[in-house]
Design a protein around this ligand. Structure first.
Ligand code: SF4
Length: 220
């Protein structure tokens, strides 16, 4: 592949490892859940899950990595393969947060005191479809029940559409320090075809807002 710069007439060549390309040129498991979808089975019961949690407390007990799935979105992107719910009903989100907080409390009882959070991730759906107060409410409950390492990786998936300065302030305030943003293509024709209109200007605004709030890692 060539990347030409018309201003100074230089040409850079990007070398591609053919062996690596061939190795990954095949269908893989869906990445939208962990464990990946083929590993989910009804044979694994709630009791099995509790047993696994108890076993995880055995010495040396590992640090905690917590994942929260916030499945709500405003509109459907046609390429989407995530577990998500399109809704304009903010009450459903509040209700979901209530259940998450109940689950946090149940989960916490099974985890040995002293185990700290090294990593936390909010994925979706669209975590930033929560309004700033909902972000604070959910994260407040998490902090109430879990201790974090000072250098914990605290990551959130961001959709620049619908994002406001108030969202960015709330994310910074609760302690997020990493973000990932979905960008499929900047070509408006492609964006229209996949039902995800998101201008480069908007993406850049979100990126700059995160940088200004000291996010250590931002990936697109
Ligand atoms: S914002 Fe993300 S989760 Fe929601 S519909 Fe689009 S791709 Fe799917």
């Amino acid at each position: 592949m060539n990347n030409s710069n018309n201003n100074n007439h230089t040409t850079e060549t990007l070398r591609v490892d053919l062996e690596m390309l061939q190795r990954y040129d095949q269908p893989g498991p869906r990445y939208t859940s962990y464990p990946t979808a083929p590993h989910f089975t009804t044979q694994f019961t709630a009791e099995d899950f509790e047993l696994e949690l108890e076993n995880s407390n055995s010495e040396p007990a590992a640090d905690l990595s917590l994942y929260f799935h916030l499945p709500f979105c405003d509109t459907l992107c046609y390429f989407c393969g995530c577990t998500m719910i399109i809704t304009r009903n903010r009450h459903r989100i509040d209700e979901y947060i209530d259940y998450l907080i109940k689950e946090i409390k149940l989960f916490r009882q099974k985890i040995k005191p002293g185990r700290k959070v090294a990593q936390l991730h909010w994925g979706g759906g669209t975590p930033t479809y929560l309004d700033p107060d909902q972000i604070r409410r959910l994260f407040g409950a998490i902090r109430e029940h879990f201790d974090f390492y000072p250098d914990a990786e605290i990551a959130v998936e961001i959709d620049p559409r619908g994002l406001t300065e108030e969202h960015l302030d709330a994310l910074q305030e609760v302690g997020f320090n990493r973000a990932s943003m979905g960008v499929q293509d900047f070509d408006p024709r492609v964006q229209e075809a996949v039902n995800r209109m998101q201008s480069e200007l908007l993406t850049r605004w979100a990126f700059d807002g995160l940088r200004a709030r000291n996010f250590e890692s931002i990936n697109l």
